[in-house]
Design a protein. Structure first.
Length: 607
């Protein structure tokens, strides 16, 4: 959601910034812009994609060694060139890009208008430029520092000025921002992919820190002007991992990487002969976890549904009561949290605003906080008391796939970890670990059936409504399958508990309303079988996902997709893959932008 890139050094800034913006396109946006400073400022903005921006720039001779760029996801004001960032002050000397929301922008705007400032856009961001102008007295970072004392909200901000040249000033609060350190050049970005290929040395900003970069130096201060020493981190990812490698879309590539994503989760973390799991990130709180009496999982979107699977696992195998909370609701409701509670935050990016705020609220209430995060050094990873990294590699496609299965795999290991603390047998611990190690090869067997899944997409892609039905471990997968279809194909789809179908939703069933039923041979198979017959009696079309060699459904349902047999708790890792591929092929057939679906953002960094 929105992207910031800044460069200062000896090279031409424009191609570096636009390339960085291209690498942030997965975040979701509707307009783009850049400002390059030399003796004058060259400001170019467009409604549309980065490609539209670069096309417009092709007709201009813009030179300069520093500048800032932005991709905007509209909040205040519709997508338009005038509302695109960067925004400037009245004199067109100060330029600002901003991710987030300024909550008190209306009162600030009114006050600034009274002082004679002229506004041209509908955005909340423009008030930042005018407020900095109000405080500017030759020193840009001091003007920004004073302006921040007036601002309420969540933000990542970068600022440049013609009157205090050769520096970029930036700050963050509840929205990610990092510094990239190069040789005779430095960078800023809202996400690491923007600077991959230029440097792997980064510094992560914390809330209420203000930074300044020049071509050869940097400094970071707090809002009281005290200097802060920061640790330099190394990025684990490389540019090759973030590129398509010949695949037509990032989403398809990332589905194909799911076996590796799951394989990476237990690597270095299991002691098979003891049926045990060792998490390096939890070692310092292992004794505290023994005393935890209840768990609460908080997340949003697809991560929430991974947490839903995790809830089933932890309750059955760790024998712990688990609450599952939507992070955006958790923060505003009374939850049962105390010193005997642990809160597990799940987020691919580690920057999800609702989840980050929920973690802070849980800590305020005295809970032990854990994170299941894919991005090292992200805000949530730094905020929680302890955490587990997925190590799934960069996920660029907006619709999460490989991160989702890696989150479920982490929950499987966490169930063994906590279960062995609470009486799980060595034999059961070994069995779960061994079965999890087999999942990547079972996934490869499903990939061999992609042509069959593509054929089903061709058969059903013109339908405008779908039900997805599952029970127990596969109820969250029904929800996730429906979500994937909605996200990238824009087809109306609903996920339901299979047993809930006859309590109302079955009224929608007819020959034009297909159902996708997840019915592996498990502990609830017979119940699912009855539900299928009820749908068929109403002339509903059915696609069944079931276990290999189960031919019982062939004469009842319209179409079958088969998955290999595994432990019931691990079936979601297999059953979700045909649903991801089905959604992908349907969206392709409908001509949609797979990696950048409309209205969506990869990392939702505002409430």
């Amino acid at each position: 959601m929105c992207g910031i890139v800044g460069y200062i050094g000896k090279k031409e800034a424009l191609p570096i910034i636009t390339e960085g913006l291209k690498r942030l396109e997965y975040r979701g946006y509707d307009s783009a812009g850049v400002v390059i400073l030399n003796k004058e400022a060259s400001l170019v903005k467009v409604k549309g994609r980065v490609k539209d921006l670069t096309d417009k720039l092709d007709n201009k001779n813009i030179i300069g060694n520093y500048g800032i760029g932005h991709t905007r996801w509209a909040t205040h004001g519709e997508p338009s060139e005038i509302n695109a960032h960067p925004h400037c002050d009245c004199k067109k000397e100060i330029f600002v890009v901003h991710n987030g929301i300024i909550e008190n922008y209306v009162s600030l705007r009114e006050r600034l208008i009274e002082k004679g400032h002229k506004f041209v856009s509908e955005t909340d961001t423009e008030v930042i430029a005018h407020l900095i102008e109000e405080f500017f007295d030759g020193n840009l970072e001091e003007a920004v520092r004073l302006a921040l004392k007036e601002i309420m909200g969540a933000y990542a901000i970068a600022v440049v000025s013609l009157k205090d040249p050769n520096k970029i000033v930036f700050t963050r609060k509840s929205s990610p921002l990092l510094i990239g350190l190069g040789q005779d050049e430095n960078f800023i970005a809202s996400d690491a992919p923007a600077i991959l290929g230029n440097t792997k040395r980064v510094i992560y900003l914390e809330d209420n820190e203000l930074g300044v970069i020049t071509a050869n130096d940097f400094k970071i201060i707090d809002l009281e002007n005290n200097k802060i020493q920061k640790e330099v981190s190394l990025l684990e990812w490389n540019i090759e991992e973030a590129e398509k490698k010949g695949y037509p879309h990032f989403m398809f590539k990332e589905i194909m990487e799911e076996g590796d994503a799951i394989r990476n989760v237990p690597r270095g973390r299991v002691v098979l002969e003891e049926g045990a799991v060792k998490f390096g990130g939890l070692e310092h709180i292992e004794n505290k976890l023994r005393d935890v009496e209840r768990l609460t999982i908080i997340a949003m979107g697809t991560a929430y549904l991974a947490g839903f699977v995790g809830k089933y696992m932890l309750e059955e195998y760790a024998q712990m009561p688990v609450m599952l909370e939507n992070a955006s609701e958790f923060r505003y409701k009374k939850s049962i949290i105390d010193k005997n509670s642990a809160v597990i935050a799940v987020s691919q990016s580690g920057e999800t605003a609702d989840t980050l705020f929920a973690v802070k609220e849980a800590k305020r209430q005295g809970a032990l906080t854990l994170g299941i995060i894919n991005v090292v050094g992200s805000s949530i990873a730094r905020e929680v008391d302890a955490g587990i990294y997925n190590h799934a590699g960069p996920e660029i496609g907006v619709a999460s796939t490989k991160a989702f299965v890696s989150q479920i795999a982490v929950f499987a290991l966490l169930s063994v970890f906590l279960g062995r603390q609470r009486g799980m047998s060595l034999i059961m611990g070994k069995r779960i670990i061994e079965e999890l190690s087999q999942i990547p090869s079972l996934i490869e067997k499903i990939f061999q059936k992609t042509e069959r899944i593509k054929e089903l997409a061709e058969k059903y892609y013109k339908h405008e409504n779908f039900f997805y039905l599952g029970r127990k471990y596969n109820y969250p997968i029904a929800l996730e399958g429906a979500l994937k279809l909605k996200e990238i194909s824009y087809i109306h789809a609903e996920g339901y508990q299979a047993g809930e179908m006859k309590h109302g939703p079955i009224a929608m069933i007819d020959e034009n309303f297909p159902s996708i039923c997840i019915v592996p041979k498990d502990s609830v198979y017979e119940k699912n079988f009855s539900g299928i017959q009820e749908i068929k009696a109403r002339k509903g079309k059915i696609i069944a996902i079931t276990t290999e060699e189960n031919n019982e459904l062939n004469n009842i349902v319209d179409d079958c997709l088969f998955i290999p047999k595994t432990l019931e708790m691990l079936t979601p890792l297999l059953s979700v893959i045909p649903l991801q591929l089905f959604a992908y092929y349907v969206a392709v057939l409908r001509g949609n932008d797979i990696d950048k679906p409309r209205n969506l953002a990869k990392s939702v960094t505002v409430e």
